[in-house]
Design a protein around this ligand. Structure first.
Ligand code: NAD
Length: 478
């Protein structure tokens, strides 16, 4: 008997959770349920993260969490419970299988069967944002080597485990050479360890277009957090309904399973929601805890029910569907089909399914890190970069001199274009003229001089080389 944590959530959450639990218990799942409350009520009771402290203890003790969707109240100050849970518990891998159920569920993509493996902890979701000038706000995009290695390895191990043939990587490393560049490099490194699995890389924009148009070209796709968030919804939607897809959030210690959709508040209490997304999450959960025979039985019964044309409102189509049913009736139909297998849709076999056992990340030896310059960001309300350069040159030292000014990344000094639109947020790059390296005290001198000259510095970024390789971007047009 395995103890799991369950949260019934908000909106349609309780209905689809009851249906899901009824099905998995009828199939013989050996689980004991410990229920916690998360979501709207907890938020509105004054807990800004939507979960009480004691509930964390339950989740951490049981390690496996089946969660229905929740409603995040409108208005500022409420933190997303999903993002917090994923990050607190180190659930680095978000796995979202998206499969067409043609001809039983209407889709333009009848042979689609892919899995999106989305990095779940970093990227722009670090939530580190600042307003720095009247006109400019920033969000830090953080990509780490451990983050990339863990997710890319997970994607290849998943492909190996589930007999998938190809892993594709989506990034935008033609623009973000450092962050997405690292993700792509790590992908290329790790792909070499899996010669039996085909690998390829697509720039995310054209990759997304291809995914929406020809999803059958893909098998497993691994991507950084934001692209994965957007594209996994696209992929689920084009299979026929977002109500059909489940998701697993996997960490080294804990795991959380859910539907990919939200709490659909307008549908709540009407017995009309499709419980399939959460049921798919529960099937992944059963595989994860080693109850693969039960998982397989449920999945085949679910496929058979859809094949029988017993459909909830969201996927019901006159002609293809046979019977429109509510949430409860759909659950009853799946239970009645336990032990049956689909005839046209591909029957599943989970004989080899279980939690993946990945090696722990090992930190690499430190590189030789040298400080080779500094970017000083300035709030200045003028518009002529040559004028700003005159002011900033007051900060020049013997060794460290202004080499370039950019505005939103594009070089505007020296030799800028008068057509370039400039905001009040300027990056002034200082490079050494006599030696290759600089010292931190030289940066402090610049800051001190800026105070004397009344220059409004809003932040600095140190420029480094690692093992003699420049580790920062050039100005656009430099
Ligand atoms: P949503 O996914 O709840 O609904 C989008 C559309 O899909 C609606 O038309 C809805 O009726 C339909 N739909 C969703 N699930 C369905 C199902 N199982 N059966 C039939 N139809 C279904 O997205 P939203 O309206 O943008 O968000 C509603 C709330 O859910 C918000 O408060 C949002 O913050 C929250 N949300 C929670 C999660 C989560 O808990 N994992 C995820 C996304 C959104």
């Amino acid at each position: 008997m395995r103890k799991i944590t369950v949260a019934k959530g908000d909106g349609i959450g309780p209905e689809i959770m009851d249906a899901t639990l009824e099905i998995i218990m009828a199939a013989g799942a050996e689980i004991e349920i410990e229920e916690i409350e998360v979501g709207e009520k907890v938020y509105l009771a004054g807990n800004t993260s939507g979960i009480a402290k004691e509930s964390w203890d339950v989740i951490r003790r049981n390690k496996v969490f089946l969660k229905a969707p929740i409603t995040t109240p409108q208005g500022g100050g409420y933190k997303s419970l999903n993002v917090t849970t994923r990050k607190f518990l180190g659930l680095y891998s978000n796995v979202r299988p998206c499969m067409s159920l043609h001809p039983f569920v209407k889709t333009k993509h009848p042979v689609m069967d892919l899995v999106i493996v989305r990095e779940n902890e970093e990227d722009l979701y670090a939530g580190i944002e600042h307003q720095q000038t009247d006109e400019v706000v920033q969000c830090l995009k953080l990509i780490s080597r451990p983050g990339c290695e863990k997710i890319v390895r997970y994607a290849f191990e998943y492909a190996k485990h589930y007999g998938r043939k190809k892993v594709t990587c989506f990034t935008k490393d033609n623009i973000m050479k450092q962050t997405d560049g690292l993700f792509h490099n790590v992908f290329d490194e790790i792909a070499k360890e899996y010669p039996e699995i085909e690998n390829e890389h697509w720039i995310v924009d054209i990759g997304a277009a291809k995914l929406a148009d020809t999803p059958e070209a893909f098998d497993v796709i691994v991507m950084p957090n934001l692209y994965g968030d957007v594209l996994s919804d696209v992929a689920a939607q084009i299979t026929g309904s977002v109500g059909l897809a489940g998701s697993a959030n996997i960490g080294e210690e804990c795991a959380m399973f859910e539907a990919i959709h939200g709490s659909a508040p307008r549908r709540a209490g009407q017995n009309s929601a499709n419980p399939s997304g959460l049921l798919q999450g529960a099937v992944m959960m059963l595989n994860h805890i080693g109850q693969t025979v039960v998982a397989e039985k449920i999945q085949n019964a679910w496929l058979k029910t859809l094949e029988d044309g017993i459909h909830t409102n969201d996927i019901f189509k006159e002609g293809t569907s046979k019977q429109k049913v509510g949430t409860k009736e759909f659950a009853k139909a799946v239970i009645a089909n336990l032990g049956n297998k689909p005839t046209l849709l591909k029957e599943v076999s989970y004989a080899n399914s279980s939690a993946l056992n990945l090696p722990k990340y090992k930190r690499k030896p430190a590189a030789i890190k040298e400080l080779v310059g500094v970017d000083v960001f300035v709030h200045w309300a003028g518009s002529n970069p040559d004028e700003l350069a005159k002011i900033i040159h007051y900060l020049d030292k013997n060794n460290l001199k202004l080499s370039m000014i950019t505005n939103r990344g594009i070089k505007v000094y020296p030799d800028g274009f008068k057509e370039t639109f400039c905001t009040d947020h300027w990056r002034c790059r200082f490079k050494p003229t006599q030696r290759n390296q600089i010292s931190k005290s030289e940066i402090i001198e610049i800051l001190t001089n800026a105070v004397i000259h009344n220059i409004d510095i809003i932040k600095t970024e140190n420029l480094y080389s690692f093992d003699e390789k420049q580790a920062f971007s050039l100005g656009q047009g430099q």
